[in-house]
Design a protein around this ligand. Structure first.
Ligand SMILES: Cc1cc(=O)oc2cc(OS(=O)(=O)O)ccc12
Length: 763
């Protein structure tokens, strides 16, 4: 085993002997069986990644939200306080999973905004093999649970290709969701590449479900093959929006945020210093100018925002509690000492995507719609429950990124990139409760694991020569708090925000606030700052004027790094990039204007379905109506928080347009359709002048067998997106329903007649 060449994967089988004996009885020895095993004493590896929580959230890093599991692991492991992510989701995940920079893996931004440019295509190349595949080909069992968000947007249909789904990115097992977020009460779940219906347990919550799956998989794997280590990637959808959590968790924080975000920031920085997780000379960086002082808010605003934070805090504590169940299971089977457990508290800073007052429905953010305090107040008691899809106000994002200024999306501020991280490994790390402050980046995790396991970096994987790993193993810090820093240069870039770290210095420019998506300033006029982060943890002392030559040198280094890693050209077109034609990425339906649909086609994600937004459409459904009339869904897209549905109720055809869960427009026939074959046509004539004329309403006509039976008006439509996880479905409405009166779930909403075929045409 130890003589195997592990630099070329899969590991070559040794040549098997050839025999000359006729009768097997005459052969004395059975030739040895070839089996790939990991190096001796290779540990299990668990990576836990929480979504959308910044440095200043968890109690372990001085934040106001209790994370007892993280606290416990920190006390018996190592706490890293200078660990950085890319400031956004898919890029961080990709860099984590591959050990290369996000642009090297073609993931300069999220999957939904990939473009035609190298560095941003959204398709991880075969020359960037993931760590999971390296471990799998070295004899590990591998499983991924929870959020993925690393498959190119147009590759998420039944037609694949499945190369970039988890089960072909090195994981034997996947149980989770493929996109950027999911409803925690009614999630869209895949097992492998197959959509499955989650269990219908009382009070079902996805984080609990995925944890059960992770524990079950791990126990079974260790039961059957106790000598074979496992690699688990456990990435919650929490605490990304929707902030869905059982009320009891949110209620634990009742009143705790009434003091407001300014006081929470002051208390956090004091605790951070007391815990020693930030240097004692750290200053509280100013909050962004656009964030109001808590003092000037109205009592109603304060009451609303405080509840938003209670729900968010409860959501994080529940998540940490579930991670605690996972650690308890590892302990129960006696594997904790032999497990390299890496807990990363956030794939980026806390999210400011909730706008200045928060959102009852996060889909308003993706549609550029602003919600109003007076509309949100009546929902306070429902906040976090299944009737909401909420996000908190941006002031909280800043507070939960203390002591920094900015948040998620801002790659040029530590509020966007500096995330809490703990490494726990009793067999490999002697020190308990130590703090490590060497600069570290998410690309360092994969090489750390390879070194800990005792594996060389492969030169070739599955026949493809590999782009070398770009991260630096952190193993050198395990036994030596004062070890000289080895990761000395790192670029950062996200939607035009850009920065360069080099040897303790940080040059950066804030090109856009996370809430700024149009009217971006020209990139050429961006102003750069310079910080010495070894005495300025939170970036409060801009030295650009004192050291202009130093700044110029780092700016030049940014450009050379950017060129090297395909960061150029910089693309800050936040909204325009969402459109495949403008971005230059493939669209699975291309220029097609007609789609024929059949019964059984459900679970179609928005990026792999006909785009019906901002244009006219006609649905022609060939049906057979049973005796007594039909009920249920004919064709739908989206759900409770936005979408449309053509369905039947008490034998009558109905069309409902659900505008972001805020308003529903319904057009219903007053006569039922008799038994027998019937053709139901829904015509939606868009009022806008063109597809660029966004969000207008339309005239609706329903006809049966050529005769108009109902007419009406939809006053406005969603311009940009229906949902990240609610799908288009024929003959049922998966997850939550668009219409209010058809029940919920696959069985209740199912069409009771026969759907022969449906044609969907757009103009
Ligand atoms: C549905 C969707 C569209 C989009 O353009 O961007 C997203 C970003 C999301 O969060 S992130 O993955 O944390 O950046 C989640 C969902 C979406």
């Amino acid at each position: 085993q130890d003589k195997l060449d592990r630099t070329v994967l899969p590991i070559q089988e040794p040549e098997r002997p050839k025999f000359s004996e006729l009768d097997v009885r005459n052969v004395e020895e059975i030739p040895p069986f070839f089996e790939v095993k990991p190096p001796k004493e290779a540990p299990n590896v668990i990576i836990v990644l929480i979504d959308d929580i910044g440095f200043g959230g968890p109690s372990t890093f001085g934040g106001p939200i209790q994370t007892p599991t993280l606290d416990r692991l920190a006390k018996s492991g190592l706490l890293y306080n200078n660990f950085h992510t890319t400031a956004l989701c898919s890029p961080t995940r990709m860099a984590l999973k591959c050990g290369r920079n996000h642009h090297t893996a073609n993931t300069g931004s999220i999957m939904e905004s990939s473009t035609g440019f190298p560095g941003n295509t959204g398709q991880v190349p075969n020359s960037v093999a993931p760590l999971a595949e390296m471990l799998r080909l070295n004899g590990y069992s591998t499983g991924a649970f929870g959020k993925w968000h690393e498959t190119a947007a147009w590759e998420t249909s039944v037609s694949g290709p499945f190369d970039r789904w988890p089960t072909r990115q090195g994981f034997d097992k996947f149980y989770g969701f493929i996109g950027g977020e999911t409803d925690q009460w009614f999630p869209l779940v895949y097992d492998g590449v197959t959509r499955v219906t989650p269990p219908k347990t009382e009070g079902y919550h996805f984080t609990v479900d995925m944890t059960n799956q992770a524990i079950g998989w791990m126990k079974a794997q260790q039961s059957i093959t106790p000598d074979k280590p496992f690699f688990m990637y456990y990435a919650t959808g929490a605490v990304h929006a929707p902030h869905h959590v059982p009320k009891k968790w949110a209620d634990k924080y009742k009143g705790k945020f009434d003091k407001g975000w300014d006081n929470i920031r002051l208390e956090s920085i004091a605790r951070q210093k007391k815990l020693g997780v930030i240097p004692s000379n750290t200053k509280l960086a100013p909050k962004p100018e656009d964030i109001k002082d808590w003092e000037v808010l109205t009592p109603d605003e304060r009451r609303l925002f405080a509840r938003q934070a209670e729900v968010f805090a409860g959501f994080l504590e529940q998540t940490d509690h579930e991670i605690g169940r996972l650690t308890a299971a590892v302990e129960e089977i006696g594997e904790m000492d032999n497990t390299l457990f890496i807990y990363i508290a956030g794939d980026n800073g806390t999210s400011a995507e909730g706008g200045f007052v928060g959102m009852y429905n996060e889909m308003t953010y993706f549609n550029n719609v602003t919600e109003k305090v007076e509309d949100l107040l009546p929902l306070i008691d429902k906040w976090g429950g299944p009737e909401t899809f909420p996000h908190m106000a941006a002031g909280w994002a800043v507070a939960f990124d203390s002591p920094f200024t900015w948040t998620k999306q801002v790659a040029s501020d530590f509020g966007g990139t500096r995330n809490g991280m703990i490494i726990h490994w009793p067999n490999g790390i002697k020190e308990k409760g130590g703090i490590r402050s060497q600069f570290a980046h998410v690309i360092d995790i994969a090489p750390t694991i390879l070194e800990a396991v005792g594996l060389p970096e492969p030169k070739s994987v599955n026949g493809t020569p590999q782009i070398p790993i770009e991260g630096t193993s952190l193993l050198y810090t395990f036994a030596d708090a004062d070890a000289e820093e080895r990761h000395t240069t790192q670029y950062f870039e996200m939607f035009g925000n850009r920065a360069l770290y080099h040897d303790g210095w940080f040059a950066r420019t804030i090109h856009r606030a996370p809430w700024q998506s149009i009217n971006m300033p020209p990139l050429e006029t961006d102003v750069w700052d310079l910080y010495n982060i070894r005495d300025d943890f939170s970036l409060t002392n801009n030295l650009a004027k004192d050291h202009p030559e130093k700044l110029a040198k780092l700016q030049a280094l940014f450009m050379s790094e950017a060129k090297k890693y395909n960061v150029l050209p910089i693309d800050d077109r936040v909204i325009a990039r969402m459109n495949p034609a403008i971005a230059g990425r493939p669209d699975i339906l291309g220029d097609r204007t007609s789609l024929t649909l059949y019964d059984g086609m459900d679970g179609m994600l928005e990026n792999t379905f006909m785009n019906v937004k901002n244009r006219s459409m006609t649905i022609t459904a060939d049906l057979v109506i049973p005796e007594g009339g039909a009920d249920g869904v004919i064709l739908t897209q989206g759900g409770r928080f936005g979408g449309w549905c053509l369905y039947m109720k008490n034998g009558k055809p109905i069309y409902t347009y659900n505008y972001l869960g805020l308003e529903r427009f319904t057009v219903a026939s007053s006569s039922s359709i008799p038994a027998g074959p019937a053709t139901v046509v829904l015509d939606f004539a868009y009022d806008g002048k063109s597809q660029e004329d966004l969000g207008k309403g339309g005239k609706v006509t329903i006809s049966v067998d050529g005769k108009s039976v109902a007419k009406g008006q939809v006053e406005k439509t969603q311009p940009l997106i229906f949902s990240a996880d609610e799908t288009a479905d024929v003959g049922l409405d998966n997850q939550t329903p668009v219409a209010n009166d058809i029940g919920i779930g696959r069985e209740e909403t199912r069409f009771t007649g026969k759907i022969k075929k449906i044609t969907l045409e757009v103009k």
